[in-house]
Design a binder for this molecule. Structure first.
Ligand SMILES: [Zn+2]
Ligand SMILES: [Zn+2]
Length: 163
């Protein structure tokens, strides 16, 4: 698989220190971090980095096609999340109650894209699949709160999703 550095060179993008730091964090985390969290992590590596630089760098990396900007069904309002473009195509499955984000990888996503291209004669450059709903934990919590009998002998605690 091509790495981010090769892509950068091909596109003639200079790899400044702050760009490298942010790309590293995003590539390595494998998660979907928001700009504020990325700023905090970047600051740990270089205390001189400021918020404006980080936000500007994220915009540039996005425009260069190196990272994806996601809104994840707007579960966190206007907040955006960033992830590497180096991952295999996947769908984002978002719990609208607790904000848990699962990634669904499957050959079907690729064949769907192929079908769209063939059927419409469309050349797809980007595809994004988002699914919103309730995760199994939140369903269990909801079910136990609506039936008081079941609550007595179940010990379901709200789960936190640490990133
Ligand atoms: Zn949930
Ligand atoms: Zn993802």
């Amino acid at each position: 698989m091509r790495n981010t550095l090769t892509t950068l060179e091909e596109r003639g993008i200079r790899l400044t220190r702050q760009r490298k730091i942010l790309l590293d964090i995003i590539d390595q985390s494998g998660a979907h971090l928001d700009a504020e969290r990325l700023y905090q992590l970047a600051k740990e590596r270089d205390s001189k980095l400021n918020r404006v630089t980080v936000y500007r760098t994220l915009k540039l990396l996005k425009e260069s096609g190196l990272i994806d900007e996601l809104d994840l069904m707007h579960y966190a309002g206007d907040q955006h999340f960033y992830e590497t473009r180096m991952k295999q195509e996947h769908a984002h499955v978002i719990c609208l109650k607790c904000g848990r984000v699962e990634e669904y990888f499957g050959e079907q996503l690729r064949s769907l894209r192929q079908q769209i291209q063939e059927t419409l004669g469309f050349e797809i450059v980007a595809a994004r699949t988002e699914v919103g709903g309730y995760c199994s934990h939140c369903q269990a919590l909801r079910d136990s709160s609506t039936s008081p009998v079941a609550t007595a002998n179940t010990n379901v605690r709200p789960h936190a999703h640490a990133e």
